[in-house]
Design a protein around this ligand. Structure first.
Ligand code: NAP
Length: 368
């Protein structure tokens, strides 16, 4: 049995991963050792077979070096600190990572097996040992639009994202909830007061949001009742790093010979979980909406086509309708009156599942 170390298991991605692994009985086939950067020596609050009960120090290179496989959802800072040290020391085990920093290594593979299983298998046979989950919006896009990529139909894609607060990490998600409570606590007594107009309430909320006491330590701006059209750091062509990942990661996952350009604006919105994306897609061929629907629908069993009508859209093409599930809702499929072969598609998926933990879980299964 392989010995697998879990790091970052109590964070959002990590806890979703562990729950899926428990549900799928993945722990039956491995010896699991749990690590922490903050609480080593404590015991693990999880009821899992084949695991060591004591939490180990995630910075202990000796123990890490004894593992066959390390799976980390801890974040880039941890990966930067530990990965290169371990490799330098000669550790030759498999490293599976949710963080972004190893995705650009020449000898790493970005994993999304319903899209690139053959590439993953080829790289395993070549002796590659570093496997990294893709950016959440890239993985969700590839899973939702997989059929179009499979048949090499995409000329280019322009995308606007609507990314949930949880995509930034647990502290950010908590901050959005605190912001919701802060506003409600300050105006709730006015809501049913007939003498106060709704515009007065809105003005009061705006004043609260501009107040220096407003809780925004992490986002640095109010997210509730607002949006932030900027995710990650600036790179020198005007894009953010999140936007840059669209072309780089998509083409690395697909292992394309000719680059498929994908660009747009990534936006943080005040939802708690699940990311949405609005795509403008230029196809290489003139296809009908029925053709496109069939191609998308037949690519993988998680795609759910949502009919292009009001009732289905408001109920089924929303973050709240997919959160906690592996479903990828795909709708608003229509020809655009802009140019030949241009389509719009709106897609929603749980970024903590297909956008983060599920490709890692499936990679681990491939290795064991
Ligand atoms: P997170 O929830 O912030 O957790 C990261 C670590 O923070 C935990 O493993 C834990 O480490 C520590 N932590 C401190 N206080 C905590 C608390 N109250 N609850 C839980 N954990 C706490 O980060 P994440 O969102 O899962 O992201 C992990 C990695 O996955 C990052 O590299 C991120 O970029 C990537 N990723 C995230 C998403 C997403 O949607 N969130 C999607 C794709 C990729 P200790 O136990 O060691 O203290």
């Amino acid at each position: 049995m392989k010995t697998v170390g879990f790091i970052g298991w109590r964070g959002m991605v990590g806890s979703v991963l562990i729950n899926r692994m428990i549900k799928k009985k993945d722990f039956d086939g491995i010896n699991a050792i749990f690590f922490t950067t903050s609480q080593h020596g404590g015991t693990i609050p999880l009821n899992i077979k084949n695991k060591c009960r004591i939490l180990q120090d995630a910075y202990n290179i000796e123990i890490l070096s004894s593992l066959d496989i390390i799976i980390t959802c801890q974040g880039s800072e941890y990966t930067n600190k530990i990965y290169f040290q371990l490799r330098k020391k000669g550790w030759n085990g498999y490293w599976i990572d949710a963080a972004s920093n190893l995705r650009t290594l020449i000898d790493s593979v970005i994993v999304l097996d319903p899209i690139n299983l053959n590439l993953i298998k080829k790289k395993i046979n070549m002796g590659i040992k570093t496997f990294v989950g893709g950016n959440c919006t890239v993985s969700l896009m590839l899973m939702s639009l997989g059929g179009l990529f499979k048949y090499n139909l995409v000329d280019w894609i322009s995308v606007s994202t609507y990314q949930a607060a949880s995509g930034a990490g647990s502290k950010f998600m908590k901050e959005l909830i605190i912001q919701m409570g802060y506003i409600y606590n300050h105006i709730s007594h006015l809501i049913n007061d007939a003498s106060v107009s709704i515009i007065d309430i809105e003005r009061k909320i705006s004043t609260l949001m501009n107040n220096t006491n407003f809780p925004k330590k992490n986002f640095l701006a109010p997210l509730v009742n607002n949006l932030i059209p900027w995710i990650d750091k600036k790179i020198n062509n005007g894009q953010t790093k999140e936007e840059w990942k669209g072309t780089f990661e998509t083409n690395k996952i697909l292992n394309t010979n000719t680059i498929i350009p994908i660009d747009g604006i990534c936006v943080r919105v005040a939802t708690l979980r699940s990311h949405s994306q609005s795509f403008t897609i230029k196809l290489k061929k003139d296809l009908s909406t029925d053709n496109i629907t069939e191609i998308l629908n037949s690519h993988n069993k998680w795609v759910k086509i949502i009919p292009n009508n009001y009732s289905d859209t408001i109920n089924l093409l929303t973050p709240s309708s997919v959160s906690g599930t592996l479903s990828l809702s795909v709708g608003r499929i229509k020809k655009l009156n802009i140019d030949k072969n241009c389509f719009s598609i709106f897609a929603v998926g749980d970024q903590l599942l297909w956008g983060a933990s599920e490709p890692l879980r499936r990679m681990l299964k491939l290795l064991i």
